[in-house]
Design a protein around this ligand. Structure first.
Ligand code: THU
Length: 154
């Protein structure tokens, strides 16, 4: 598949992506996930260099909860509506372990990234780790959503 770069070794990542990953790791501490015990952290980079973070927030009424990526994206869009979002990193770990596990953004979050990508007219890169421990850096969100539904369909 085209449209992304892979890195097996974290040390070969651009330091600016590594910083984003580390911020995503830190924010897993604020995950509220008593039901899944699965702590997710997302960090996004704004055009002005600012990094905003979010963690997953669950609810006893399960569908009311929200993924880490959308917490961070909605925070960015509501507080910094004129700032271009350049990249989003996502990481996850179990509440019982300190080691991070591979995770890739869920379909709904991919759709939300696509929406902001179209709104701003600038690609948003996604950064995450696969099951075979490869770091993926996509060139945009669209590569993760082939045959996507977007505003052009309406
Ligand atoms: N989750 C995220 O925060 N991001 C994803 O991309 C996948 C899933 C959260 C939602 C829920 O709180 C928990 O992980 C288990 O699905």
């Amino acid at each position: 598949m085209e449209g992304f770069n892979t890195y097996t070794n974290e040390g070969t990542l651009d330091p600016y992506f590594l910083k984003l990953i580390n911020r995503a790791r830190s924010v897993t501490n604020s995950s509220y996930s008593p039901y899944s015990n699965y702590r997710v952290g997302a960090a996004l980079l704004l055009e002005n260099g600012q990094i905003l973070t979010g963690s997953n927030q669950e609810n006893a009424s399960y569908p009311a909860g929200l993924c880490a990526e959308r917490v961070a994206l909605f925070y960015a869009a509501s507080s910094y509506p004129d700032q271009v979002i350049k990249a989003v990193a996502v990481v996850a770990r179990s509440a019982r372990e300190t080691e991070f596990k591979p995770v890739s953004p869920c379909g709904i979050c991919r759709q939300v990234v696509l929406e902001y990508e179209m709104k701003q007219g600038v690609p948003i890169q996604l950064i995450f780790q696969t099951q075979d421990k490869q770091w993926i850096i996509t060139k945009n969100s669209r590569v993760l959503l082939p045959f996507c539904f977007d505003r052009d369909n309406l």
